[in-house]
Design a protein around this ligand. Structure first.
Ligand code: ATP
Length: 255
């Protein structure tokens, strides 16, 4: 926890992301870069596109982290904020690796899977004044098989990490977030020049795979993923030729 600039732990809340967006907007000076809000029980956790995120109390890490790039050296134009949710995925993937899990994969844009099942979901939200980003992560730590909220999920314990240490995972995650956000801001948001784009591309197991993408209009596209473009979109080749898809335009992505 030493890498958090502020750490607030609440026993239970609706959504740590919602709370942190509200509180950091109301009192910006109280919530510096790498402020953390953590809870044991989230009663109204959210995923992308208003989906629900749920986990039994005390079995998961529900953590929201405030990223305030303007406090870092260099600067991050708002146009480069789109890299932050991807960076968070890499940071969590590495933290889960370090916890001793085998077969950990990052699924673009930022789901962490073990053996093809989701162990962590990440949701990034911009503060209304666009000054900062709140990155929320729900990591399934000790959820038992009969408690899984959806059948596509897994937990660290179910994946073979018998005594996962949430504090150590959080410290590793925050350490990665600190370094990666520093590097991106130090390069003034130049993901190419800083090597951030290629680093994420290397970490992302979606690259090189055949994917089935559901679009917001309910149609499906089958494609082969070839890489990440300079804006973090997934480059794919479809029957119609090469194109790039933005995370916000993907309803579901399956292998
Ligand atoms: P998908 O994984 O379906 O392609 P997504 O990556 O956009 O979509 P998120 O928005 O990150 O998904 O998460 C919401 C979805 O995650 C829910 O619709 C539900 O299916 C699933 N989910 C909810 N709680 C958990 C959990 N604790 N562990 C794993 N998956 C969960």
């Amino acid at each position: 926890r030493s890498v958090a600039s502020r750490l607030v732990v609440v026993p239970s809340t609706g959504s740590t992301n919602k709370d942190l967006v509200e509180q950091a907007s109301a009192a910006p000076a109280d919530w510096p870069h790498l402020s953390v809000l953590l809870t044991d029980e989230q009663t109204a956790g959210r995923g992308r596109l208003d989906r629900q995120w749920s986990a039994p109390p005390g079995t998961s890490l529900a953590v929201s982290v405030l990223l305030r790039p303007d406090e870092l050296p260099g600067s991050l134009p708002v146009g480069a904020f789109g890299w932050l949710p991807l960076i968070a995925g890499v940071a969590m993937k590495r933290a889960v690796d370090a916890a001793g899990a085998r077969g950990v994969e990052l699924k673009w844009p930022n789901d962490v899977l073990i053996a093809g099942r989701k162990v962590c979901g990440i949701l990034a939200e911009l503060l209304p004044d666009a000054s900062a980003v709140v990155v929320g992560a729900g990591l399934n730590v000790t959820i038992a098989a009969d408690e899984l909220p959806v059948e596509t999920a897994t937990s660290l314990r179910l994946a073979g990490v018998e005594t996962p240490d949430p504090d150590a995972i959080l410290a590793a995650y925050l350490g990665e977030l600190r370094v990666l956000t520093y590097e991106l801001a130090n390069a003034r948001g130049d993901a190419e020049g800083s090597g951030i784009r290629s680093l994420i591309e290397r970490e992302c197991a979606t690259v090189g795979r055949d994917v089935r993408i559901e679009l917001p209009d309910g149609t499906f596209v089958t494609a082969h993923a070839t890489g990440l473009d300079t804006e973090g979109r997934l480059m794919v080749i479809t029957d119609a030729g090469p194109t790039a898809v933005a995370a916000g335009d993907v309803t579901h992505l399956r292998y």
